[in-house]
Design a protein around this ligand. Structure first.
Ligand SMILES: CC(C)(COP(=O)(O)OP(=O)(O)OC[C@H]1O[C@@H](n2cnc3c(N)ncnc32)[C@H](O)[C@@H]1OP(=O)(O)O)[C@@H](O)C(=O)NCCC(=O)NCCS
Length: 199
């Protein structure tokens, strides 16, 4: 698709963003398990004014319609053996409205946001994601940078990328994720929040 516009999210986009996030992540089978088909729209809502980085939150527009979204977060770091903390970005949720998936919207959001994060001077990104989708944007396995999960593990879905060359030189340690990604959103509030999308 050629007509994808990526721009910083504005307040007027919030409702459309949460709707598309909900649609992208909705799984019927989650209703039986956690009482609601998606929690990621609630996560986005909670991130605003907290971990969410305003100038690293983007929407994708196609024909004046908001069809995709990505939000980056602060607060994650690599905890090194000497106790030093090396700040890293994380990102997500990243969402594309189902009808618009597999047409390059997600890639446009990734490429644009990574470039902006570099320009803003952030050093690196560490996150958990699909190991076949993200390497094309420059991600490698976190283990190649001597970074493990908080539990000391490594696996292909645990990935990292330097935004500034050499940022992970001489770094080793455990990835401590910012609070939002560890919060249990599956209880009451997410379901309650979802009610407003049913009207
Ligand atoms: C993950 C997600 C954001 C990707 O967005 P997307 O717009 O579908 O991504 P893209 O179109 O850039 O790429 C998806 C695939 O379509 C392919 N593709 C891209 N442009 C294409 C085109 N013009 N024609 C055909 N295929 C195309 C890509 O090569 C890619 O395939 P690959 O993964 O095998 O390489 C989206 O699928 C989504 O919202 N999923 C649900 C929520 C989710 O899981 N989010 C990620 C976890 S936080």
């Amino acid at each position: 698709m050629n007509n994808i516009l990526i721009r910083q999210e504005q307040k007027k986009d919030w409702q459309a963003v949460e709707r598309l996030t909900r649609a992208a992540f909705w799984r019927e089978e989650r209703i039986g398990k956690i009482g609601v088909g998606a929690v990621e729209h609630y996560m986005v809502h909670k991130m605003r004014g907290r971990e969410g980085i305003e100038n690293l939150t983007f929407v994708a527009e196609v024909d004046d319609r908001v069809v995709g979204h990505i939000i980056y977060s602060v607060g994650s770091y690599i905890l090194q053996p000497d106790g030093e903390k090396k700040a890293v970005l994380n990102f997500g949720p990243v969402s594309v409205l189902p009808k618009y998936q597999k047409q390059g919207v997600g890639s446009a959001l990734m490429i644009h946001s990574i470039q902006k994060a570099k320009e803003l001077g952030y050093g690196g990104i560490v996150f958990f994601g699909h190991p076949t989708y993200y390497p094309k944007f420059g991600f490698g396995e976190a283990k190649d940078f001597n970074i493990t999960t908080a539990e000391g593990n490594n696996f292909p879905a645990f990935m990292a990328m330097e935004l500034q060359k050499g940022y992970f030189d001489n770094v080793s340690g455990k990835f401590i994720d910012t609070a939002i990604y560890n919060e249990d959103l599956t209880q009451g509030p997410a379901k309650e929040y979802d009610q407003k999308f049913l009207e």
